[in-house]
Design a protein around this ligand. Structure first.
Ligand code: 5RP
Length: 262
């Protein structure tokens, strides 16, 4: 029930609910991964059930695929959909240019492929994700398991010549064992603290052997729907600035709020 939600969860919920209004029948929709994206999937599921919304959803992780099917969204692969009308996903950080750090949930590779294959990408986030400069959130880098320690050392060495404040890195763990992505890779989190030139860092990282993808999303996001704990939402557009502020009511619905695990 919404009355039991924390202010952050309320903020995530209202941003997802507002963003769901951008989805129209007939659209092919990229479905993000994470707790905010899970709210979106539930909102869309409700619209499919109650309002006759017809969409094809392309999930960005096995977790999202499972949830989407559970709530009644038709799930197709990216290759079946070929191109998407819209992708809606969460983020770990966004800045004033709507550049992002993503990958806190370990799904950055599929998320970047899907977002890039979309006419528009909308990020849904609570206001706590907004930063002046990217980098306080550890930057996830997906690497293949072969030689991952060598790749990690090379990445750290490369950071010396980058405009960053820190160059420690850690292998992401899942309890006692390394975290494995949906593609069977590992994630190295870079504790760079502050990224002075995100575009340069993203390009350099992706040129390194062993690196599959990094969590910097540069010039990919078109809009951010920012949620606040009191129900306020702002829609910020890359070209127009803040284009709308409104307040959403929390409508309690057993279907939407029960058993949210992501
Ligand atoms: C997953 C992601 C998520 O979108 C990001 O971690 C935000 O997650 P949440 O909505 O749970 O705060 O990039 O790879």
């Amino acid at each position: 029930m919404t009355s039991e939600l924390s202010p952050i969860d309320k903020a995530k919920f209202v941003s997802a609910k507002r963003a769901a209004q951008f989805v129209e029948s007939g659209m092919r929709v990229g479905l993000g991964t994470g707790s905010t994206a899970a709210w979106l999937v539930r909102c869309l599921g409700e619209m499919v059930r109650d309002n006759g919304l017809r969409i094809k959803g392309v999930p960005t992780s096995t977790r999202t695929a499972t949830l989407a099917r559970e709530v009644g969204i038709e799930v197709v692969s990216l290759d079946e959909a070929k191109w998407l009308d819209i992708t809606i996903d969460g983020a770990d950080e966004f800045d004033g240019q709507l550049n992002l750090i993503k990958g806190g949930g370990g799904a950055l590779l599929q998320e970047k492929i899907v977002a890039t294959a979309s006419d528009q990408m909308i990020v849904i986030a609570d206001v706590g994700k907004e930063v002046e400069t990217l980098g306080a959130f550890p930057l996830p880098v997906e690497v293949i398991p072969f030689g991952w320690q060598t790749t990690q050392a090379l990445v750290e060495e490369t950071l010396v010549s980058m405009d960053v404040l820190g160059r420690d890195s850690t292998l992401r763990m899942n309890g006692e064992v390394p975290f494995i992505t949906d593609e069977g890779n590992h994630i190295i989190d870079l504790h760079v603290k502050r990224i002075g030139n995100a575009r340069q860092l993203a390009l350099v990282l992706n040129q390194m052997p062993g690196v599959v993808e990094n969590g910097l999303f540069i010039d990919i996001c078109d809009r951010v729907v920012v949620g606040y704990g009191d129900g306020k939402v702002e829609v910020r557009d890359i070209s127009e600035g803040t284009i709308a502020t409104e307040r959403l009511d929390f409508v309690e619905s057993d279907n939407l709020f029960a058993d949210l695990t992501d």
